[in-house]
Write a protein that binds this ligand. Structure first.
Ligand code: PGA
Length: 249
């Protein structure tokens, strides 16, 4: 049985007080299902969040990491810095990082390797643009994004990796992929894992969907056989919506 996971990506939202208020609402809620819940506040709020949630099962994860161990990289954050404040999981490859900060597959591969070498867990995001889908190229794009970054991963490292399929046209647009589109792509991704790393790994790795997941569409998406949860942007900033999504399994 794969873990069920719901992760909130708060992006560049919430100052210190807003972060605390949202965390307090979330941790007060007594989740009855067996879903692993993660939240990803901004760097400035990470340490406070770890302390705030120390008596909760909610995991605090980072939104970014550098591809090097340390050194002259102004404005960047290393795995050991995150580890030293109690964070050991990071989102890598989000389309906003790819599109706005020119993070190429090569850069992402360095980040992935740096994270894994430092015993980090990661949520690796990838997804096609609308033009790719219009041209019926979505599977080629996903194959390239996965093959360019993950083919050389050691089998033993796959236990640290969660994959997140996030079609770019569905992120923050209110237009989610249909449950059928999501399942079709997740099946393709699981098959990619099977071909390249074998059945055991393909059945073990959780694959999340991200892109306009809301309380009214979460349960249909989460009920697909190859969907193991969601990476939630906008709706994770509203405590009641995020809780409803977590309870949608
Ligand atoms: P959204 O964002 O839920 O606001 O579409 C998803 C994401 O960016 O991971």
């Amino acid at each position: 049985m794969r873990n069920k996971i719901v992760a909130g990506n708060w992006k560049m939202n919430n100052d210190a007080d807003e972060t605390e208020a949202l965390l307090n609402k979330l941790k007060k809620y007594n989740f009855t299902n067996d879903v692993i819940v993660m939240v990803s506040p901004s760097f400035t709020n990470l340490q406070k969040s770890v302390i705030n949630l120390s008596d909760s099962k909610i995991e605090v994860i980072a939104q970014n990491i550098n591809g090097s161990e340390k050194g002259a990289y102004t404005g960047e954050v290393s795995p050991s810095m995150l580890k030293s404040i109690g964070v050991s999981r990071v989102i890598i490859g989000h389309s906003e990082r790819r599109d706005y900060y020119n993070e190429t597959d090569d850069i992402l591969k360095k980040k992935i390797n740096n994270a894994l070498n430092n015993n980090f867990n990661l949520i690796f995001c990838f997804g096609e643009q609308i033009i790719d889908r219009k041209n019926k190229k979505e599977f080629d794009i996903i194959n390239n994004q996965l093959s360019n970054t993950l083919l050389e991963i050691e089998k033993s490292d796959w236990s640290k990796i969660i994959l997140a399929y996030e079609p770019v046209w569905a992120i923050g647009t209110g237009e989610n992929a249909t449950a059928d589109q999501v399942q079709e792509m997740h099946f393709y991704i699981r098959n990619w894992l099977k071909i390249n790393f074998g059945t055991k790994i393909s059945e073990m790795v959780p694959i999340l969907y991200g892109g306009s997941v809301k309380p009214n569409n979460a349960s249909k998406i989460f009920s697909q056989p190859d969907v193991d949860g969601g990476l939630i942007g906008g709706a994770s900033l509203i405590s009641n919506d995020f809780i409803e999504i977590i309870n949608s399994f």
